[in-house]
Design a protein. Sequence first.
Length: 387
Amino acid sequence: MGHSAEDVAEVVIIGGGVVGASIAFHLAEAGVRGVLVLERDEPASGSSGKPIGGIRAQFSDPLNIELGQRSLEAWRAFTTRPGADIGVEGVGYLFLLGTEAEVATFRQAVGVQNDLGVRSRIISPREAHELCPYVDPHSIAAAAYSPDDGYALPKAAVRGYLRAAGRLGARIRTHCTVTGIDVDGTQVRAVRTTSGTVRTSTVVCAAGPWSAAVGAMAGVELPVTPLRRQIALTGPLTPVPPRIPFTLDFDSTLYFHNDSAGGLVLGLSDPSQEPGFGREFSREWLEPFREAARRRAPALAGLEAKGGWAGLYEMTPDRNALIGRSGDVYGFLYATGFSGHGFLQAPAVGEIVRDLYLDSAPVIDVGPLSAARFQGRATVRPEAHII
Protein backbone atom coordinates (compact mmCIF):
# COMPACT_ATOMS: atom_id res chain seq x y z
CA MET A 1 0.00 0.00 0.00
CA GLY A 2 3.00 2.36 0.05
CA HIS A 3 3.28 4.91 2.84
CA SER A 4 -0.35 5.73 3.56
CA ALA A 5 -0.80 8.23 6.38
CA GLU A 6 -1.68 6.73 9.73
CA ASP A 7 -5.19 7.52 10.95
CA VAL A 8 -6.45 7.84 14.52
CA ALA A 9 -9.92 7.04 15.87
CA GLU A 10 -11.40 6.79 19.33
CA VAL A 11 -13.65 3.84 18.39
CA VAL A 12 -13.37 1.67 15.27
CA ILE A 13 -16.53 -0.25 14.35
CA ILE A 14 -15.88 -3.16 11.98
CA GLY A 15 -18.98 -3.72 9.86
CA GLY A 16 -21.36 -1.30 8.16
CA GLY A 17 -24.55 -3.32 8.52
CA VAL A 18 -27.48 -2.39 10.71
CA VAL A 19 -25.77 -3.34 13.99
CA GLY A 20 -22.60 -1.37 13.23
CA ALA A 21 -24.66 1.57 11.96
CA SER A 22 -26.80 1.61 15.11
CA ILE A 23 -23.70 1.49 17.32
CA ALA A 24 -22.11 4.35 15.35
CA PHE A 25 -25.23 6.49 15.72
CA HIS A 26 -25.66 5.86 19.43
CA LEU A 27 -21.98 6.55 20.18
CA ALA A 28 -21.94 9.74 18.11
CA GLU A 29 -25.23 10.89 19.63
CA ALA A 30 -23.71 10.40 23.09
CA GLY A 31 -20.91 12.80 22.14
CA VAL A 32 -18.17 10.27 21.43
CA ARG A 33 -15.77 11.98 19.01
CA GLY A 34 -13.71 9.99 16.56
CA VAL A 35 -16.11 7.16 15.65
CA LEU A 36 -14.97 5.37 12.48
CA VAL A 37 -16.99 2.66 10.70
CA LEU A 38 -15.03 0.33 8.43
CA GLU A 39 -17.03 -1.53 5.76
CA ARG A 40 -15.38 -3.94 3.33
CA ASP A 41 -18.07 -3.37 0.69
CA GLU A 42 -20.99 -0.93 0.77
CA PRO A 43 -23.18 -0.37 3.85
CA ALA A 44 -25.97 -2.98 4.11
CA SER A 45 -24.29 -5.22 1.53
CA GLY A 46 -24.36 -8.23 3.88
CA SER A 47 -27.31 -9.58 5.82
CA SER A 48 -28.80 -6.08 6.13
CA GLY A 49 -29.38 -6.11 2.37
CA LYS A 50 -32.50 -8.24 2.88
CA PRO A 51 -35.46 -6.52 1.18
CA ILE A 52 -37.66 -6.60 4.28
CA GLY A 53 -36.71 -7.32 7.88
CA GLY A 54 -39.08 -8.59 10.55
CA ILE A 55 -39.34 -6.69 13.82
CA ARG A 56 -40.85 -8.49 16.80
CA ALA A 57 -40.87 -8.98 20.54
CA GLN A 58 -42.42 -12.47 20.40
CA PHE A 59 -39.66 -14.57 21.94
CA SER A 60 -39.58 -17.06 24.80
CA ASP A 61 -36.43 -15.80 26.57
CA PRO A 62 -37.09 -12.63 28.63
CA LEU A 63 -33.78 -11.13 27.49
CA ASN A 64 -34.73 -11.47 23.81
CA ILE A 65 -38.23 -10.15 24.55
CA GLU A 66 -36.73 -7.04 26.16
CA LEU A 67 -34.29 -6.50 23.28
CA GLY A 68 -37.14 -6.87 20.78
CA GLN A 69 -39.57 -4.69 22.72
CA ARG A 70 -37.11 -1.83 23.24
CA SER A 71 -36.08 -2.02 19.59
CA LEU A 72 -39.70 -2.01 18.38
CA GLU A 73 -40.24 1.31 20.18
CA ALA A 74 -37.13 2.73 18.49
CA TRP A 75 -38.14 1.47 15.02
CA ARG A 76 -41.57 3.07 15.39
CA ALA A 77 -39.96 6.39 16.41
CA PHE A 78 -37.28 6.25 13.67
CA THR A 79 -38.77 9.09 11.61
CA THR A 80 -37.97 11.49 14.46
CA ARG A 81 -34.85 9.80 15.87
CA PRO A 82 -32.51 9.53 14.07
CA GLY A 83 -34.85 10.85 11.35
CA ALA A 84 -35.58 8.64 8.33
CA ASP A 85 -38.52 6.79 6.80
CA ILE A 86 -37.82 3.07 7.05
CA GLY A 87 -41.24 1.83 5.97
CA VAL A 88 -42.38 0.39 9.30
CA GLU A 89 -45.50 -1.76 8.80
CA GLY A 90 -47.20 -2.81 12.03
CA VAL A 91 -48.97 -5.81 10.55
CA GLY A 92 -48.26 -8.09 13.48
CA TYR A 93 -46.58 -11.51 13.64
CA LEU A 94 -48.64 -14.68 13.39
CA PHE A 95 -47.05 -17.98 14.47
CA LEU A 96 -48.96 -21.02 13.21
CA LEU A 97 -48.96 -23.88 15.74
CA GLY A 98 -49.67 -27.39 14.49
CA THR A 99 -49.70 -29.43 17.71
CA GLU A 100 -50.83 -29.09 21.31
CA ALA A 101 -47.17 -29.32 22.40
CA GLU A 102 -46.33 -26.24 20.28
CA VAL A 103 -49.38 -24.45 21.70
CA ALA A 104 -48.18 -25.21 25.25
CA THR A 105 -44.69 -23.83 24.45
CA PHE A 106 -46.17 -20.63 23.07
CA ARG A 107 -48.77 -20.27 25.81
CA GLN A 108 -45.98 -20.22 28.36
CA ALA A 109 -44.03 -17.67 26.29
CA VAL A 110 -47.10 -15.44 25.87
CA GLY A 111 -47.36 -15.29 29.67
CA VAL A 112 -43.75 -14.06 29.90
CA GLN A 113 -44.30 -11.63 27.02
CA ASN A 114 -47.45 -10.19 28.60
CA ASP A 115 -45.62 -9.66 31.90
CA LEU A 116 -43.06 -7.59 29.97
CA GLY A 117 -45.70 -5.47 28.20
CA VAL A 118 -46.00 -7.35 24.89
CA ARG A 119 -49.62 -7.53 23.69
CA SER A 120 -49.41 -11.09 22.34
CA ARG A 121 -52.10 -13.73 22.69
CA ILE A 122 -53.03 -17.25 21.65
CA ILE A 123 -55.83 -17.24 19.06
CA SER A 124 -58.04 -19.88 17.46
CA PRO A 125 -57.48 -21.39 13.99
CA ARG A 126 -60.54 -19.44 12.76
CA GLU A 127 -59.12 -16.12 14.03
CA ALA A 128 -55.79 -16.95 12.37
CA HIS A 129 -57.58 -17.53 9.06
CA GLU A 130 -59.41 -14.19 9.43
CA LEU A 131 -56.09 -12.38 9.94
CA CYS A 132 -54.41 -14.31 7.11
CA PRO A 133 -56.85 -15.83 4.58
CA TYR A 134 -54.07 -18.01 3.12
CA VAL A 135 -53.98 -20.11 6.30
CA ASP A 136 -55.94 -23.38 6.27
CA PRO A 137 -57.56 -23.29 9.72
CA HIS A 138 -58.07 -27.07 9.71
CA SER A 139 -54.30 -27.63 9.56
CA ILE A 140 -53.41 -25.90 12.86
CA ALA A 141 -54.24 -26.33 16.54
CA ALA A 142 -53.97 -22.60 17.33
CA ALA A 143 -51.78 -19.57 16.58
CA ALA A 144 -49.87 -16.92 18.52
CA TYR A 145 -50.39 -13.31 17.46
CA SER A 146 -48.87 -10.00 18.48
CA PRO A 147 -50.36 -6.92 16.76
CA ASP A 148 -47.39 -4.64 17.45
CA ASP A 149 -44.79 -6.68 15.56
CA GLY A 150 -44.26 -6.22 11.82
CA TYR A 151 -41.45 -5.37 9.44
CA ALA A 152 -39.35 -2.53 8.04
CA LEU A 153 -36.71 -1.86 5.37
CA PRO A 154 -33.17 -2.76 6.52
CA LYS A 155 -31.27 -0.78 3.86
CA ALA A 156 -33.23 2.37 4.65
CA ALA A 157 -32.50 1.83 8.37
CA VAL A 158 -28.76 1.43 7.76
CA ARG A 159 -28.68 4.58 5.62
CA GLY A 160 -30.74 6.47 8.20
CA TYR A 161 -28.44 5.52 11.07
CA LEU A 162 -25.24 6.25 9.12
CA ARG A 163 -26.45 9.60 7.78
CA ALA A 164 -27.38 10.70 11.29
CA ALA A 165 -24.06 9.38 12.67
CA GLY A 166 -22.24 11.34 9.95
CA ARG A 167 -24.08 14.54 10.88
CA LEU A 168 -22.87 13.98 14.45
CA GLY A 169 -19.23 13.60 13.36
CA ALA A 170 -18.81 9.87 12.77
CA ARG A 171 -16.87 8.75 9.68
CA ILE A 172 -17.72 5.84 7.38
CA ARG A 173 -15.03 4.28 5.21
CA THR A 174 -16.28 1.88 2.52
CA HIS A 175 -14.40 -0.70 0.42
CA CYS A 176 -11.98 -1.00 3.30
CA THR A 177 -11.10 -4.51 4.44
CA VAL A 178 -9.63 -5.14 7.89
CA THR A 179 -6.43 -7.20 7.59
CA GLY A 180 -5.28 -7.27 11.22
CA ILE A 181 -5.77 -5.98 14.75
CA ASP A 182 -2.69 -5.03 16.76
CA VAL A 183 -2.86 -5.97 20.43
CA ASP A 184 -0.08 -4.88 22.78
CA GLY A 185 -0.17 -7.32 25.68
CA THR A 186 -3.90 -7.21 26.46
CA GLN A 187 -4.75 -3.79 24.98
CA VAL A 188 -6.04 -3.00 21.48
CA ARG A 189 -3.64 -0.55 19.79
CA ALA A 190 -4.52 -0.39 16.09
CA VAL A 191 -6.55 -1.80 13.23
CA ARG A 192 -4.76 -2.57 9.98
CA THR A 193 -6.74 -2.23 6.76
CA THR A 194 -6.31 -2.22 3.00
CA SER A 195 -6.44 1.60 3.28
CA GLY A 196 -3.75 1.91 5.95
CA THR A 197 -3.48 1.62 9.72
CA VAL A 198 -5.86 3.21 12.21
CA ARG A 199 -4.52 3.77 15.70
CA THR A 200 -7.27 3.17 18.27
CA SER A 201 -7.77 1.77 21.76
CA THR A 202 -11.29 0.43 21.09
CA VAL A 203 -12.59 -1.93 18.41
CA VAL A 204 -16.22 -3.04 18.11
CA CYS A 205 -16.74 -6.18 16.04
CA ALA A 206 -20.08 -5.95 14.23
CA ALA A 207 -18.93 -8.00 11.25
CA GLY A 208 -21.83 -10.45 11.15
CA PRO A 209 -20.90 -13.76 9.51
CA TRP A 210 -17.25 -12.68 9.25
CA SER A 211 -16.92 -12.05 12.99
CA ALA A 212 -15.01 -15.22 13.89
CA ALA A 213 -12.13 -14.13 11.64
CA VAL A 214 -12.18 -10.58 13.05
CA GLY A 215 -12.14 -11.88 16.62
CA ALA A 216 -9.25 -14.22 15.79
CA MET A 217 -7.18 -11.23 14.65
CA ALA A 218 -7.34 -9.92 18.22
CA GLY A 219 -7.13 -13.33 19.89
CA VAL A 220 -10.82 -13.30 20.87
CA GLU A 221 -12.95 -16.37 20.22
CA LEU A 222 -16.32 -15.53 18.67
CA PRO A 223 -18.14 -18.76 17.72
CA VAL A 224 -20.03 -17.47 14.67
CA THR A 225 -20.78 -19.65 11.62
CA PRO A 226 -22.16 -18.34 8.29
CA LEU A 227 -25.29 -20.04 6.95
CA ARG A 228 -27.02 -19.12 3.69
CA ARG A 229 -30.68 -18.12 3.97
CA GLN A 230 -32.89 -17.39 0.97
CA ILE A 231 -36.20 -15.75 0.18
CA ALA A 232 -38.26 -15.76 -2.99
CA LEU A 233 -40.24 -12.83 -4.41
CA THR A 234 -43.43 -13.43 -6.36
CA GLY A 235 -43.47 -10.01 -8.00
CA PRO A 236 -46.82 -8.18 -8.32
CA LEU A 237 -49.80 -10.54 -8.07
CA THR A 238 -53.34 -10.25 -9.45
CA PRO A 239 -55.47 -9.89 -7.47
CA VAL A 240 -53.27 -7.92 -5.09
CA PRO A 241 -52.79 -9.98 -1.88
CA PRO A 242 -54.66 -8.84 1.22
CA ARG A 243 -52.62 -7.09 3.90
CA ILE A 244 -51.55 -9.94 6.15
CA PRO A 245 -49.39 -10.38 9.25
CA PHE A 246 -45.83 -11.66 8.97
CA THR A 247 -46.99 -15.29 9.05
CA LEU A 248 -44.77 -18.21 10.14
CA ASP A 249 -45.34 -21.92 10.50
CA PHE A 250 -43.42 -22.84 13.65
CA ASP A 251 -42.85 -26.48 12.70
CA SER A 252 -41.52 -26.09 9.14
CA THR A 253 -40.18 -22.48 9.43
CA LEU A 254 -42.19 -21.58 6.32
CA TYR A 255 -42.97 -17.87 6.36
CA PHE A 256 -44.57 -15.30 4.09
CA HIS A 257 -45.68 -11.67 4.14
CA ASN A 258 -46.53 -8.78 1.83
CA ASP A 259 -43.86 -6.89 -0.09
CA SER A 260 -43.96 -3.28 -1.24
CA ALA A 261 -44.62 -4.22 -4.89
CA GLY A 262 -48.05 -5.82 -4.51
CA GLY A 263 -46.73 -9.34 -4.15
CA LEU A 264 -45.50 -11.72 -1.47
CA VAL A 265 -42.15 -12.61 0.07
CA LEU A 266 -41.74 -16.36 0.65
CA GLY A 267 -39.17 -17.92 2.96
CA LEU A 268 -38.09 -21.12 4.66
CA SER A 269 -35.05 -22.19 6.66
CA ASP A 270 -33.65 -24.92 4.41
CA PRO A 271 -32.75 -27.85 6.71
CA SER A 272 -30.25 -29.22 4.15
CA GLN A 273 -28.25 -25.97 3.90
CA GLU A 274 -24.58 -26.50 4.80
CA PRO A 275 -22.64 -23.70 6.55
CA GLY A 276 -20.51 -21.51 4.31
CA PHE A 277 -20.12 -18.08 2.72
CA GLY A 278 -21.98 -18.81 -0.55
CA ARG A 279 -24.57 -16.13 -1.32
CA GLU A 280 -25.97 -17.14 -4.70
CA PHE A 281 -29.74 -17.54 -4.98
CA SER A 282 -30.86 -21.05 -5.92
CA ARG A 283 -34.29 -22.63 -6.08
CA GLU A 284 -33.94 -26.11 -4.58
CA TRP A 285 -35.28 -24.95 -1.19
CA LEU A 286 -38.57 -23.97 -2.85
CA GLU A 287 -39.59 -27.64 -2.89
CA PRO A 288 -39.64 -27.98 0.93
CA PHE A 289 -41.33 -24.54 0.99
CA ARG A 290 -44.09 -25.78 -1.33
CA GLU A 291 -44.44 -28.97 0.69
CA ALA A 292 -44.97 -26.96 3.88
CA ALA A 293 -47.29 -24.53 2.05
CA ARG A 294 -49.48 -27.41 0.84
CA ARG A 295 -50.07 -28.28 4.51
CA ARG A 296 -50.62 -24.79 5.96
CA ALA A 297 -51.40 -22.34 3.14
CA PRO A 298 -52.29 -24.33 0.00
CA ALA A 299 -52.82 -21.29 -2.25
CA LEU A 300 -49.12 -20.43 -1.90
CA ALA A 301 -47.84 -23.84 -3.02
CA GLY A 302 -48.27 -23.08 -6.72
CA LEU A 303 -46.98 -19.50 -6.74
CA GLU A 304 -44.10 -18.85 -9.08
CA ALA A 305 -40.91 -17.23 -7.79
CA LYS A 306 -40.04 -14.32 -10.10
CA GLY A 307 -36.80 -13.61 -8.25
CA GLY A 308 -35.08 -13.97 -4.93
CA TRP A 309 -32.42 -12.94 -2.45
CA ALA A 310 -29.73 -14.91 -0.68
CA GLY A 311 -27.78 -13.72 2.33
CA LEU A 312 -25.96 -15.05 5.37
CA TYR A 313 -27.25 -15.69 8.84
CA GLU A 314 -24.55 -15.48 11.51
CA MET A 315 -25.20 -18.52 13.66
CA THR A 316 -23.97 -19.22 17.19
CA PRO A 317 -24.16 -22.65 18.88
CA ASP A 318 -27.33 -21.67 20.79
CA ARG A 319 -28.71 -19.28 18.16
CA ASN A 320 -28.51 -16.30 20.49
CA ALA A 321 -26.44 -13.17 20.08
CA LEU A 322 -22.94 -12.43 21.32
CA ILE A 323 -22.87 -8.99 22.95
CA GLY A 324 -20.24 -7.77 25.36
CA ARG A 325 -16.62 -6.85 25.91
CA SER A 326 -13.70 -9.24 25.92
CA GLY A 327 -12.41 -10.12 29.36
CA ASP A 328 -8.97 -10.92 27.90
CA VAL A 329 -8.33 -8.15 25.37
CA TYR A 330 -9.03 -4.70 26.74
CA GLY A 331 -10.78 -2.44 24.24
CA PHE A 332 -12.37 -5.25 22.19
CA LEU A 333 -16.18 -5.18 22.17
CA TYR A 334 -18.51 -7.28 20.04
CA ALA A 335 -22.13 -7.38 18.88
CA THR A 336 -22.62 -10.29 16.52
CA GLY A 337 -23.97 -13.82 16.08
CA PHE A 338 -27.60 -12.70 16.01
CA SER A 339 -28.72 -15.86 14.19
CA GLY A 340 -31.39 -14.02 12.22
CA HIS A 341 -32.44 -11.52 14.91
CA GLY A 342 -29.89 -8.77 14.24
CA PHE A 343 -32.14 -6.35 12.42
CA LEU A 344 -34.96 -6.53 14.91
CA GLN A 345 -32.60 -6.10 17.91
CA ALA A 346 -30.27 -3.49 16.38
CA PRO A 347 -31.61 -0.32 18.07
CA ALA A 348 -31.33 -1.78 21.57
CA VAL A 349 -27.91 -3.27 20.75
CA GLY A 350 -26.64 0.16 19.67
CA GLU A 351 -27.67 1.59 23.02
CA ILE A 352 -26.12 -1.30 24.93
CA VAL A 353 -22.73 -1.13 23.18
CA ARG A 354 -22.71 2.64 23.74
CA ASP A 355 -23.29 2.04 27.46
CA LEU A 356 -20.60 -0.67 27.62
CA TYR A 357 -18.12 1.71 25.96
CA LEU A 358 -19.02 4.56 28.33
CA ASP A 359 -18.82 2.22 31.34
CA SER A 360 -22.40 2.91 32.37
CA ALA A 361 -24.94 0.23 33.22
CA PRO A 362 -26.59 -0.93 29.97
CA VAL A 363 -30.33 -0.35 29.56
CA ILE A 364 -30.69 -4.15 29.43
CA ASP A 365 -28.30 -6.53 31.21
CA VAL A 366 -26.66 -8.54 28.44
CA GLY A 367 -24.20 -10.33 30.72
CA PRO A 368 -25.79 -13.68 29.76
CA LEU A 369 -24.99 -12.98 26.07
CA SER A 370 -21.23 -12.83 26.68
CA ALA A 371 -19.19 -14.98 24.31
CA ALA A 372 -17.63 -16.52 27.44
CA ARG A 373 -20.80 -18.58 27.95
CA PHE A 374 -19.43 -21.14 25.48
CA GLN A 375 -16.18 -21.68 27.38
CA GLY A 376 -16.08 -24.68 29.67
CA ARG A 377 -19.44 -25.88 30.93
CA ALA A 378 -21.36 -22.61 30.83
CA THR A 379 -25.06 -23.10 30.16
CA VAL A 380 -26.33 -21.94 26.79
CA ARG A 381 -29.30 -19.63 26.35
CA PRO A 382 -32.75 -21.15 25.77
CA GLU A 383 -34.84 -19.64 22.97
CA ALA A 384 -37.78 -21.50 21.48
CA HIS A 385 -38.93 -18.89 18.94
CA ILE A 386 -36.21 -19.43 16.33
CA ILE A 387 -36.91 -18.85 12.65
